[in-house]
Design a protein around this ligand. Structure first.
Ligand code: URA
Length: 231
């Protein structure tokens, strides 16, 4: 919401008065004077005028979870246990998953209550690299590298995936970098070249790498540097 709107939503302040207060340098966002009436302010920012709090910023949460196999990437489910069971109850409110993993998949899962931030992390147009360690049922052919680099046609979505890179680790093991997060994307890409994924582990999303010290099921808050890497 625009800053002037936040002020004028308060009883007794018109839009004109709000603009005048902002222009006079009487309004702060998180303690810093803001002169832009049109500045977009999210619900995590604290807005004040003459020392009076107009909007108290909510606490934003950004969590990294080492997802174990067998947990659903969902906030609730009637049948399966969900990753929320691994996160302290006090953090649950408004939390959502920024880029799901299949139930059998493991590794880096990011949860936040900041929708703008998670949209940037997962928006296919922004092309943030997501790196997976993958094992397959059959040896990975040289053709796989070429086909992934060209992009794989997904009939259901009527699109070709962005070029993806493979870094072979063994004959049936590789690191795959993709730039989108389509439904079952990695599994479907291997299926398209006649192979099958037997295990899939996400190592990183952009500059955010799964912390080696996190055991499966453990989580921690992201650091300022990790959060800002998506801004
Ligand atoms: N691609 C998949 O197929 N599964 C995942 O869990 C993540 C990416």
């Amino acid at each position: 919401m625009k800053l002037s709107r936040i002020l004028s939503n308060q009883n007794g302040i018109s839009r004109k008065q709000a603009n005048a207060l902002i222009a006079a340098g009487a309004v702060t966002i998180d303690g810093a004077t803001c002169l832009g009436a049109a500045r977009e302010v999210d619900r995590f920012a604290t807005v004040a005028s003459h020392g009076r709090i107009i909007q108290q910023g909510e606490q934003a949460h950004y969590l990294m979870l080492h997802k174990p196999a067998g947990y659903l990437s969902a906030t609730e489910d009637k049948v399966h246990r969900t990753v929320m069971e691994l996160i302290h109850q006090s953090l649950h409110s408004g939390l959502h998953i920024a880029g799901r993993l299949d139930r059998a998949s493991t590794g880096l899962l990011i949860l936040t209550n900041d929708g703008g931030w998670s949209r940037r992390l997962t928006d296919p147009r922004i092309k943030i690299p997501k790196v997976y360690r993958v094992s397959t049922a059959k040896p990975i052919s040289p053709e796989t590298t070429e086909r992934f680099a060209e992009g794989i046609w997904f009939e259901f979505e009527q699109l070709t995936t962005s070029p993806a890179q493979l870094e072979l680790i063994g004959s049936k093991e590789t690191r795959v970098t993709i730039y989108e997060g389509r439904y079952h994307q990695v599994k479907r890409m291997f299926h398209a070249v006649g192979n099958r994924v037997t295990s899939l582990h996400r190592e990183s999303m952009g500059y955010i790498h799964l912390d080696d010290s996190l055991k499966p099921g453990a989580c921690r808050q992201l650091t300022e540097t990790e959060i800002n890497s998506v801004r």
